[in-house]
Design a protein around this ligand. Sequence first.
Ligand code: UDP
Length: 330
Amino acid sequence: MAILVLGGAGYIGSHTVYELIERGEDVIIVDNLETGHIEAVHEKAKFYKGDIRDRAFIDSVFEKEEVEAVIHFAANSLVGESMINPLKYYDNNLCGTKVLLESMVAHHIDKIVFSSTAATYGEPKSIPILETDATDPTNTYGETKLSMEKMFKWTSKAHDLRYVSLRYFNACGAHKSGVIGEAHAPETHLIPLILQVPNGQREAISIFGEDYETKDGTCVRDYIHVTDLAQAHILAVDYLRKGNESNIFNLGNGVGFTVKEVIDVAREVTGHPIPAKAEPRRAGDPAKLIASSEKAKEVLGWNPEYTSLEEIISSAWRWHQNHPNGFKQA
Ligand code: UDP
């Protein structure tokens, strides 16, 4: 029996596939390659190019393959873009998941681990954020992920299907092999954008808002290494394999860093002065997001390995230095 990874050519998906294969699992990848990269597909995984909104396609994968569980990363995930083009997010994230669930139910596939986000919480009432806290997203991306969680919840009540939703905080870093890493086009995430400066691709890093109620006025985020996120997905599959009930877990380091602190650590790691310039706030950005991941540690036995920002940025720097154009040749 295999694990089907939807979006397995993307950033977090490809890192999860690498960990699954290292562990000896059979892996099948489905990706439409809209934002994923064929170069990120592990050679030992079986690959199908296609879109989860295409019912005939997803049905054909379940018919050809013996799928034990699904890990679902196939979604759009940019906060800024989701505010400019909200219906793209409803179409891909919600319509895609609806078709997927119809097909899973029809083929009696009863386990799914799903990538959700800290953006489901919106502006938090208290820090660190617990899974039981209120959810009130401040952007379309978070809203669609929350709606996806609810789609799983109600489907699991009506059908023989259990799910684990993993609410990630800020995914970053790159695989230890240096073979895969973060490669978005256009890039919008803080750490890869900062590293474009020492890589000679950008003059300065923009700081979006210096007037937040935080210690230095810049936004605070909880940065978590992509390999630690990957491990949590595998633990979540094991959790469902043991027959446990559907559940939701936060995944973060439990420590917050301001944008300015992240830039300072990147200056240390790269030895480059990395000039920064203040810009207005970005729409939809909450001031402070820090996870409590105690539940994932207790229930899943999750134990993040890359706990320092230096290690995380060093792994990202190794990848970006060797792959300044992502997976494309220079
Ligand atoms: N950010 C910034 N400059 C940039 C990109 C991001 O100041 O060029 C800030 C952004 O406003 C947020 C934090 O860095 O407070 C992390 O943003 P990112 O897009 O990496 O992740 P998000 O928190 O949106 O998931």
